[in-house]
Design a protein around this ligand. Structure first.
Ligand code: DX5
Ligand code: ZN
Length: 228
């Protein structure tokens, strides 16, 4: 079992995907009031993934509703074009997919130059080797535990060895890098993901569909992760 570094905090990051898009500002405020550590913006372009979500103007209009950090998960064909727009919209951390970037080193450096934190995301089929030469540039690695594009999918436990390998490798190198996991996280799966080495948890349906509401969902998820 891998252990999380003491320096890294456990954070619960609701995905906006299941929110009521007709009143997104109120939804992000509700998530902040419910104890969310960050808002996870699932940005989909209908091309890299077969679904379409929010543009930068929508994110910018919600920025004034809350003070917690915004992170953008860019599931888009052209992250070089779009990343600056989401930084300008108020995202503190921009995560690009390894699979959609031709010059990853350049793209990550450009995000850093814009004053944002940079993250890389790996699809379930993508090996860790694809990021080993850029790991020094990133604040966070996002491991997909579903194939991106939709909420409400089943958690892929097959990704856990990848998380553990990454956690051990960054610990050996002395980096304080967050490992975030995204897809199918709920009260039944978060413990395994924590044991594998993840410390930041995205959850959409588990938070919005919880019978006792989002605040109960967030505190239950946090409690399990902290006590794992
Ligand atoms: C999938 C998105 C996820 C996902 C999370 O493409 O990146 O953020 O919607 O939703 P749940 O928690 O429902 O799997
Ligand atoms: Zn996501």
């Amino acid at each position: 079992m891998a252990s999380n570094s003491d320096a890294l905090s456990i954070e619960i990051c609701p995905s906006i995907l299941p929110a009521d898009f007709s009143r997104l500002g109120e939804e992000v405020k509700m998530l902040e009031d419910s104890g969310a550590d960050r808002i996870h913006w699932d940005v989909m372009d209908g091309n890299f993934v077969p679904n379409l979500t929010v543009g930068p103007d929508v994110v910018a209009s919600c920025r004034k509703c809350v003070t917690i950090p915004f992170e953008a998960h860019l599931m888009v064909e052209d992250p070089d074009l779009l990343a600056p727009l989401y930084v300008e919209a108020g995202c503190d951390l921009i995560m690009v997919h390894v699979e959609s970037v031709r010059h990853l080193d350049r793209t990550l450096n450009e995000i850093l130059k814009l004053g944002a934190k940079a993250g890389v995301t790996l699809n379930p089929s993508t090996p860790l080797e694809t990021i080993e030469n850029v790991i020094h540039l990133v604040d966070q690695v996002l491991i997909m535990s579903v194939n991106p594009g939709f909420g409400g999918q089943k958690y892929l436990a097959s990704q856990e060895p990848k998380i553990t390998k990454l956690r051990n490798s960054i610990a050996e190198q002395g980096h304080a890098i967050d490992i975030e996991i995204d897809g199918g996280i709920n009260e039944g799966t978060i413990s395994q993901a924590t044991s594998a080495g993840a410390n930041i948890f995205v959850a959409g349906s588990a938070i919005f569909n919880h019978p006792e509401g989002p605040a109960s969902a967030i505190s239950a998820l946090r409690e399990i992760a902290v006590n794992t």
